[in-house]
Design a protein around this ligand. Sequence first.
Ligand code: 5GP
Ligand code: ZN
Length: 142
Amino acid sequence: MKESTCIFCKIAAGEIPSKTIYEDENFRVILDISPATKGHALILPKEHYANLYELPDEMAGKVMLLAKRLAAHMTEALGCDGFNLVQNNGEVAGQTVFHFHLHLIPRYQGDGNEDKICWNHLELSQEELDKIHQLLILTKLP
Ligand code: 5GP
Ligand code: ZN
């Protein structure tokens, strides 16, 4: 399904022009309009899934394989020194466009983002850690 008001649906369908670096039947990969670094790109599924929770398993597998291949290609083409995959879900997590996308962010020594793509570290007690551990243990995938 496409969402008539979704900008990434329109870009993925080619209805709005974009700097596309790769396209196949399931995905369009475009340069980010406001890049964190040179080469920052976004993998967009052509179907509308609002976020990771809505992404079907089959597409999740495909998106990671595509990211792996593109990371290798982009690293060679750009000569970057490292690479971040970033994927935000929900406003609180920094999502601003509510159509699933995976950020491909080439990293360069001294690119000025050293302290950006990171987080503060919580200091949790052993008790709190144990509680979370117990909450999260899985014996079988849902
Ligand atoms: P989010 O914050 O949702 O994880 O990332 C949304 C990303 O989409 C941002 O990095 C933003 O710069 C990019 N973006 C938003 N609108 C457009 C657009 O119209 N074209 C392109 N190429 N990128 C966009
Ligand atoms: Zn969409």
